[in-house]
Design a protein around this ligand. Structure first.
Ligand SMILES: Cc1cc2nc3c(=O)[nH]c(=O)nc-3n(C[C@H](O)[C@H](O)[C@H](O)COP(=O)(O)OP(=O)(O)OC[C@H]3O[C@@H](n4cnc5c(N)ncnc54)[C@H](O)[C@@H]3O)c2cc1C
Length: 609
């Protein structure tokens, strides 16, 4: 009999979304456990640099409706407009609440929260860039995480750090909790809860060049997917335009917000061609494609002409400010003060000093728009009829509300965490008052225990890193910024073959139980392979280009046929990850309310910037 803990609410993940949900569930009277594979303040939220968007209007006029409009437009009109509206409206008091909790935002001279520009954020329905991103230097996420963690401790949330969730316990279509491995001992533990909220973040590790931390392997999405929960909009994975060349480490869009410009190998500011009005601050999908187009037309920099530059040197920035009649000017001290971490990354990893020289950059796999389908209350839903899965919730990057549609705007993820994390927490607090525990099925740990033993004792010839590199290379090449049918079919075949080897021919070195990272990384690879397959399949089926999904063989957006979300579902009762279950893409999940009916300015248009 494995150790079993019982709590009203189990929150899986201690990033911004998990902590906000835990805080609110606890404030609402629930008895809450947070289960996290990382120590909470090591979560990826802590690396978020640029800012959190909210139409506070501290420096110039702003309006939540404009924020909602930008979110819908940036998402290439696939966003559920009710969710985008909730995001924009509730951002305002969520940010003020963070301030009241003690978050040290940068300030204006009058003492208000300072705001900066970010891609795709405009005033008056696309008129001109607006300062909407609230920031604490370039460490905004770090500050959010620290602030929320302190608040959770204060509100008696119980933390199970370094417990890795490896299975979701479903009983009769309802969620009864999770099975986790205590990493320090290798012991399996059951967490039995009335409500379980997944906030496990993204899965950028599917690709070889990514801004994501090593831990972002999609565990939460994969475990519920294997238990029959569909994955929504997996084809939409955002490539951030400015990753450090080859390393993928993110250079925040805040650099362009401060006036930084993109320059090709010929010294030209090329975004003028692609987005004549807002240039370097167009939305990320547009800028990433522009960079690839510059590179493929021979305008890249360096020996292989395979990167471009991001230039934030005062000399260049001030020249463009002057040319544009913009009265702003920056000095080396401003850059040092506003972007300290970025400067350090570049000096340490590249030997480039961004105050004096431009930084070599390339697009980097960054953010999952897709994931576990939920409604605006963070309840997970099963199908196009919005059928709620009792006891199962999701928030943050692992969830697909979908407020970001086909492409997320910068600063909107941090908003998503606090807005929908808070909604999730509040709803859970209500739910656990009226709900009973779903009974645990007999020996809920049995299946996953067998799978972990299979991996541990595998006598094959293939090591996990070989499969991981092959997957990452294939996904980068054929399921990256540009896609087409042949490459996608090829990628699907490669991923399936890799998964076959994963289930038949694996071997690892460490057979022990204490901090067996060898075992857990192999298990995580299984999650990545499952999600890579779903991503490639969804990308193959969507025969149009929209947001982050750009098909070379279907270049146009096709609103008549594809103004719908995709769901990929794993069928069959065979749940062992060692078999290859059928996948189908089958449902058109419609938006449940459209602001287009209320405001004609929200109706789909061809995007111009
Ligand atoms: C470098 C970088 C910069 C960014 N900058 C910005 C920005 O400026 N503005 C913005 O809006 N967005 C930004 N983003 C995006 C944003 O930071 C993320 O989308 C967001 O932080 C995700 O938060 P989360 O709470 O969903 O998950 P995360 O913060 O990723 O946390 C995931 C949690 O889940 C836990 N976990 C995962 N798997 C398991 C498991 N199997 N068992 C138990 N626990 C598990 C982890 O321990 C962790 O606590 C950035 C992202 C990156 C990578």
């Amino acid at each position: 009999m494995v150790k079993t803990h019982q709590f009203d609410a189990i929150i899986v993940g201690a990033g911004g979304a998990g902590l906000m949900a835990a805080l609110y569930a606890s404030k609402g009277g629930a008895n809450v456990a947070v289960v996290s594979k990382l120590y909470p303040t090591r979560s990826h939220t802590g690396t978020a640099q640029g800012g959190i968007g909210a139409a506070l209007g501290n420096l110039e006029e702003d309006n939540p409706l404009w924020h909602a409009y930008d979110t819908v437009k940036g998402g290439d009109y696939l966003a559920d407009q009710n969710a985008a509206k909730v995001l924009a409206e509730e951002a305002i008091d969520a940010v003020i609440e963070l301030e009241h909790m003690g978050l040290p935002f940068d300030r204006t001279p009058e003492g208000k929260i300072s705001q900066r520009r970010f891609g795709g954020h405009t005033s008056n329905f696309g008129d001109k860039p607006v300062r909407r991103a609230c920031h604490a230097a370039d460490r905004t996420g770090h500050m959010i995480l620290q602030t929320l963690y302190q608040q959770c401790i204060k509100h008696h949330v119980k933390f199970f750090d370094e417990y890795q969730v490896v299975d979701a316990i479903m009983n009769n279509g309802a969620c009864a909790g999770v099975v986790a491995m205590q990493l320090g001992t290798g012991e399996l533990t059951v967490f039995h809860g009335k409500a379980t909220l997944f906030a496990t973040g993204g899965w950028g590790k599917i690709w070889s060049v990514t801004s994501n931390a090593h831990s972002l392997t999609g565990d939460g999405a994969a475990v519920v997917y294997r238990r029959g929960v569909p994955m929504q909009d997996m084809e939409f994975f955002q490539f951030h335009p400015t990753g450090i060349y080859k390393l993928g480490i993110l250079i925040t869009e805040g650099v362009r917000g401060e006036g930084g410009v993109l320059i090709n190998g010929k010294g030209e500011r090329f975004m003028e061609k692609y987005a004549p009005r807002i240039k370097d601050l167009a939305s990320r999908d547009v800028v990433s494609r522009a960079i690839y187009m510059e590179i493929s037309s021979g305008n890249g920099a360096g020996k292989n002409k395979d990167y471009v530059y991001l230039d934030v040197t005062p000399k260049t920035v001030n020249r463009y400010f002057a040319e544009a009649g913009d009265e702003r000017r920056i000095t080396a001290e401003d850059v040092e003060k506003k972007l300290p971490d970025i400067l350090e990354f570049c000096r340490v990893y590249l030997g480039v000093d961004p105050v004096k020289d431009p930084m070599p950059i390339q697009p980097t796999a960054h953010y999952a728009m897709g994931g576990i389908p939920t409604n605006v209350n963070a309840e997970a839903v099963l199908d196009e009829h919005w059928t709620v899965i009792p006891g199962l919730y999701a928030a943050g990057e692992v969830a697909c509300v979908s407020c970001h549609g086909a492409n997320r705007l910068g600063t909107n993820s941090l908003v998503d965490l606090v807005v929908f994390g808070r909604r999730g927490g509040k709803n859970i607090a209500d739910y656990v008052k009226r709900a009973d525990f779903v009974p645990l099925p007999p020996a809920p740990e049995r299946e996953i225990e067998a799978e972990l033993n299979r991996i541990r004792n595998g006598k094959g010839k293939t090591r996990p890193h070989e499969l991981r590199s092959a997957m990452q290379k294939e996904m980068m090449q054929n399921v990256g910024v540009f896609r087409e049918e042949k490459g996608l079919n090829g990628a699907l075949e490669v991923v399936r073959e890799l998964r076959e080897r994963f289930s038949k021919d694996l071997t690892i070195d460490d057979k022990g139980s204490t901090f067996n990272t060898d075992l857990m990384e192999a298990w995580e690879l299984g999650c990545l392979l499952d999600l890579a397959e779903a991503t490639a399949l969804a990308a193959l089926k969507r025969t149009e280009s929209r947001g982050a999904h750009s098909r070379e063989d279907y270049k146009e957006r096709d609103d008549a046929n594809w103004m719908v979300h995709s769901l990929v579902t794993r069928h069959g009762s065979e749940l062992s990850p060692s078999t290859a279950p059928a996948l189908t893409i089958n449902v058109n999940k419609k938006v449940d309310m459209s602001l287009a009916e209320v405001d004609p300015r929200f109706a789909p248009k061809v995007r111009t910037y």
